[in-house]
Design a protein around this ligand. Structure first.
Ligand code: DLL
Length: 447
């Protein structure tokens, strides 16, 4: 089932709609925003020069830095009276990135989120336990709007609060969950310890995203919770969650709401636009936003685009799941490494849990990778429960089960990423759990 008929537009209908909206957007920002007017004037581009979708290549890129430089509101294109909601990203350094929405922007957000929920199979019959954080983060409110638009009952519990989450799952009989995948793993772990049988709950679907997760992680979540887990992608700068979503029919690639957000893939080094199917950095031009429209915003996310008609009936272009951000990408001795590659190995192995941390260090002139992975309770009991005293398994080096587990993991990871790593097996629950997005990398090279 689709939510809007535009999701099944023919390619020519979609292109016509996109061109019309792109032209309106370029005129709109040129007339209303000094930053864009200056940039377009410098390139000698006037709105009337945008005659075809291909002309988008003439437009300047926008980066996170441009938004920061215009902090807080200088990139807004609507007046303060027209802005009805503000959000911001939790910038780790310096000022956050701010976004403003007009009433119409909120309407569009509800629509794209309703599409995502519908694609996951959520209807007015569902009770959605919304675990994304409410507040400046776009996850909670965005999912909230979408759930209401499809008529589902939303439980605005927000992130964290593991005990209450478990209680409501049982007592309210939630049928759908919205959460980061890493938090769901944590929820399952705690619930299992308390004897909850997740297969007996009413849950049937999860709409999960806000961070990279692997196919192996999806399989685990689906098995542990007995649900269908669909990916949802988005970023605050563009609208929040709902930029792209997976359908439950295929669960392969995310349909982009391309009548709202026009996608391109570029080579992050040369900025050249890449053809369909090639992997590169995802770039979006918002073609309906009024509060803070962005021309060719560089997301830093790495993916590829694929056109065609999906078995669900949608013709919206698909993007491959995002395996990592180009700024999450580690370059270790010249090799590009994403934490998600390591995750896919860990998840395939028995005896270890999906809680891990990748630590990068510099030893002399050489970068080295260390991967801390938690073993499962069962493994620990079997291997060495009675002699474990320290907080790392290294003292158990002479326990052969530990030694061989470590060696196997090291070999498997090396096979996938192409460089050797040192694996540290650590006891269950020793790696910090996140309430929202998981932090997987600790880069100590600057220390
Ligand atoms: O994470 C919006 C969101 C909320 C998306 C809830 C999905 C669900 P930001 O905090 O601005 O916004 O972070 C955006 O998170 O550029 C990606 O790097 C990453 N990201 C988001 N969704 C996915 C996903 C929200 N499904 C940044 N897979 C993006 C991989 C994702 N990475």
């Amino acid at each position: 089932m689709v939510w809007n008929k535009e999701e099944t537009n023919s390619r020519s209908e979609m292109k016509a709609l996109q061109l019309c909206r792109l032209q309106e957007t370029v005129s709109y920002v040129y007339e209303r925003n000094p930053h864009y007017r200056k940039k377009l004037d410098e390139l000698d581009i006037k709105p009337r020069h945008i005659q075809s979708l291909d002309d988008i290549k003439r437009l300047p890129f926008t980066t996170k830095q441009d938004i920061r430089d215009n902090y807080p509101f200088k990139l807004f294109t609507a007046s303060q009276e027209e802005i009805v909601e503000y959000h911001a990203t939790s910038g780790t350094t310096g000022k956050p990135v701010v976004v403003g929405y007009t009433r119409q922007d909120l309407e569009n957000w509800k629509e794209v989120m309703a599409r995502a929920f519908t694609a996951a199979g959520i209807t007015s019959k569902d009770i959605v336990q919304n675990i994304y954080g409410y507040g400046l983060f776009t996850g909670g409110i965005g999912a909230h709007y979408g759930a209401i638009r499809v008529g589902a009952g939303v439980i605005p519990i927000s992130g964290g609060n593991t005990q209450k989450q478990l209680m409501l799952l049982e007592d309210f009989g939630s049928t759908a969950l919205t959460s980061t995948p890493s938090f769901l793993m944590h929820l399952h772990e705690v619930g299992e310890e308390q004897g909850i049988d997740f297969h007996k709950l009413n849950l049937r679907v999860g709409v999960l995203g806000a961070e990279p997760w692997s196919e192996a992680m999806r399989q685990q979540i689906q098995d542990k919770f007995a649900i269908k887990a669909c990916d949802i992608y988005g970023l605050s700068e563009i609208i929040g969650p709902g930029v792209a979503f997976e359908c439950h029919e295929l669960q392969q690639g995310l349909h982009i709401n391309e009548d709202f957000f026009y996608p391109e893939i570029i080579d992050p080094q040369t900025c050249e636009v890449l053809p369909e199917g090639e992997e590169g950095e995802l770039v979006f031009t918002t073609i309906t936003n009024q509060g803070q429209p962005l021309l060719r915003f560089r997301t830093r996310d790495i993916t590829s685009l694929h056109y065609g008609t999906c078995i669900c009936g949608r013709t919206l272009v698909k993007m491959q799941r995002v395996t990592g951000r180009s700024d999450d990408m580690l370059i270790i001795r010249g090799v590009n490494v994403f934490p998600s590659q390591i995750e896919s190995v860990i998840l395939k192995r028995e005896g270890v849990s999906p809680h891990y941390m990748v630590i990068v260090e510099r030893k002399g002139a050489m970068d080295s990778l260390r991967v801390k992975v938690e073993v499962t309770e069962e493994f620990m009991i079997k291997a060495a429960a009675d002699i474990l005293k320290g907080d790392e398994f290294d003292i158990l080096e002479d326990v052969s089960a530990v030694r061989s587990k470590k060696r196997n993991l090291q070999n498997d990871i090396k096979d996938v990423i192409g460089i050797s790593v040192e694996v540290h097996l650590v006891p269950p629950n020793s790696i910090q759990r996140s309430e929202g997005k998981a932090k997987r990398i600790e880069d100590r090279r600057g220390e």
